[in-house]
Design a protein around this ligand. Structure first.
Ligand code: ZN
Ligand code: MN
Length: 505
């Protein structure tokens, strides 16, 4: 806990002296209806300890049974990551004590994962703007169960230190997880933070496309742990690694890698040594602090789970599941770019903002691609940035964006009024139509009202009116502004301009 005032090396100096090696472990919570080894429901947000049974509470004599849907999800994820699928594999007990794990072991997989030896080509932005890919090699994707959740009450941080007492909710205990582990990622150099973020973003996109999880980082249904170590430049000998746990946004993945690189470099270059430990990421301060000393695999005393039969998926089933895979993300991007008519730059910004699926759904709901892009990369990205969230966690759905744009297309709203509808949507004021009605936002197209407002503006600005009469049409902007002000932005600006020019012709 002494890490509050660590001096960091600059990122530039870090790279002059060291090469980073990354390792990413991503846990994906599957959205099966029932748990991994029992029939308990998995719905998020239920009353604590209402979705439990003897099996997921680890009571004596309870016998687990494997959830076929979870195995199916694991195989589909494995195939989508270009992995081999085991003919035969087993579960193993990973033994350790933690209060939110009632059995005192986690049922996981050890040396016999269901999927192994895969890869994913991660799309990056090239130096010259050309798309570039970086291959991340996948070591394994294995099945396991989630733990319960501990809530530390009292104390300022919500962490165990300083808490008065702790509560445990076992609803999450036994929910199926797939853990996806990369091989050490070398050679990314200064792009290591970017590669880490892009990998998690693309993996998340893939998981969503597979339909196996809602993959919400903010709700913990996809969680990334970031392993990092440094090797002296030009050396192959990796230093001690640290594992930064549960980094819960894409932006944080990038920041956490960058921070740990600079921290390791500072410690190593001053002659210190890195402790093998887990680290906690602090979103607010942008630093990591010491967690617990990390065990090596042998400390867990893994052994094959005696209460479960091995999993031996038939080759026919695996091939059948291969047939259900979604379109390859790289091909899909190329197809959408052609369909939407986006430039390379527009497409790159779209992917970079994590807006591809959002725009796809908005277009599917009837919006023109450029209009969909404008809302998500402009207005929504700005709002997400201001509140420190991802655009898909803002609370505005693609269908709502499409409904707002339909009102713009129909001439009911202009862009400025549409922004107020988004304010209303985020404040939970109902559907776009309801918000337009309740807030009185529709554009005034009543000619009488427009004409009267134009007359007021002319009367109040005689000098400007004279200029227009003398042929200085550019001066009309000032009168349009005055009319818009009187009509609280709710006038059709093009029609106002026409009226001004007619009246002063
Ligand atoms: Zn249960
Ligand atoms: Mn795990």
């Amino acid at each position: 806990m002494s890490a509050q005032t660590v001096d960091l090396l600059s990122f530039e100096e870090t790279l002059e002296k060291y090469d980073p090696a990354l390792g990413l472990e991503v846990h994906v919570e599957l959205s099966t209806l029932t748990k991994m080894f029992c029939g308990c429901p998995t719905e998020f947000g239920a009353e604590p300890n209402t979705q439990v049974c003897p099996t997921c509470l680890g009571l004596p004599g309870a016998m687990p049974v494997v959830n076929r849907k979870a195995v199916e999800g694991a195989i589909r994820i494995g195939l989508a990551l270009n992995c081999q699928i085991a003919d035969w594999c087993r579960f193993a007990r990973k033994n350790y004590f933690y209060p939110d794990m009632p059995k005192n072991f986690q049922t996981s997989q050890y040396d016999e994962p269901i999927a192994f030896e895969g890869w994913m080509d991660v799309a990056l932005e090239g130096e010259d703007g050309e798309p570039e890919t970086f291959r991340v090699v996948i070591e394994r994707a294995h099945m396991e169960e989630d733990t319960g959740k501990t809530l530390h009450v009292g104390g300022a941080t919500g962490r165990i230190h300083g808490a008065d007492y702790s509560l445990v909710d076992y609803n999450r205990a036994g929910i199926p997880l797939i853990e996806i582990v990369t091989k050490p990622i070398r050679g990314a150099g200064e792009r290591a933070p970017e590669v880490a973020k892009a990998y998690v973003a693309q993996l998340r996109e893939l998981i969503v496309a597979l339909g196996v999880s809602d993959a919400r980082m903010d709700q913990g249904s996809i969680r990334a742990d970031v392993n990092l170590s440094l090797a002296p430049r030009g050396s192959n000998v990796l230093g001690t690694r640290t594992e930064t746990k549960n980094v819960n946004s894409l932006r944080s993945v990038e920041r956490a890698v960058r921070y740990e690189m600079r921290r390791h470099a500072a410690v190593l270059s001053s002659g210190g040594s890195i402790l093998q430990e887990t680290r906690h990421w602090h979103e607010d301060t942008g630093i990591t602090t010491s967690g617990r000393e990390k065990s090596d695999a042998e400390d867990y005393r893994y052994f094959p789970e005696p209460d479960l039969v091995p999993v031996a998926p038939s080759r026919e089933w695996v091939e059948e599941l291969r047939g259900t895979l979604p379109e390859n993300p790289t091909q899909k991007r190329a197809r959408l770019q052609a369909e939407w008519g986006f430039s390379d730059l527009e497409m790159r910004d779209t992917v970079g903002a994590g807006a591809l699926l959002l725009i796809e759904r908005t277009v599917a709901a009837g919006t023109a691609p450029q209009a969909a892009r404008k809302w998500w990369l402009g207005e929504m990205a700005r709002r997400a940035n201001e509140t420190g969230t991802e655009i898909d966690a803002l609370g505005v759905t693609p269908e709502q964006v499409a409904a707002v744009q339909a009102l713009v297309d129909a001439g009911t709203l202009n862009d400025k009024l549409a922004r107020q509808v988004f304010d209303g949507l985020l404040a939970g004021e109902g559907t776009p139509d309801e918000i337009v009605a309740a807030r009185g936002l529709a554009i005034v197209s009543d000619e009488g009202a427009l004409s009267a407002a134009v007359d007021h503006a002319i009367a109040a600005n005689p000098d400007v009116a004279d200029k227009i009469r003398d042929g200085k049409v550019a001066a009309a902007g000032a009168l349009i502004g005055a009319v818009m002000k009187e009509m609280r932005g709710q006038a059709d600006a093009a029609r106002v301009r026409e009226l001004i020019l007619e009246k002063l012709a």
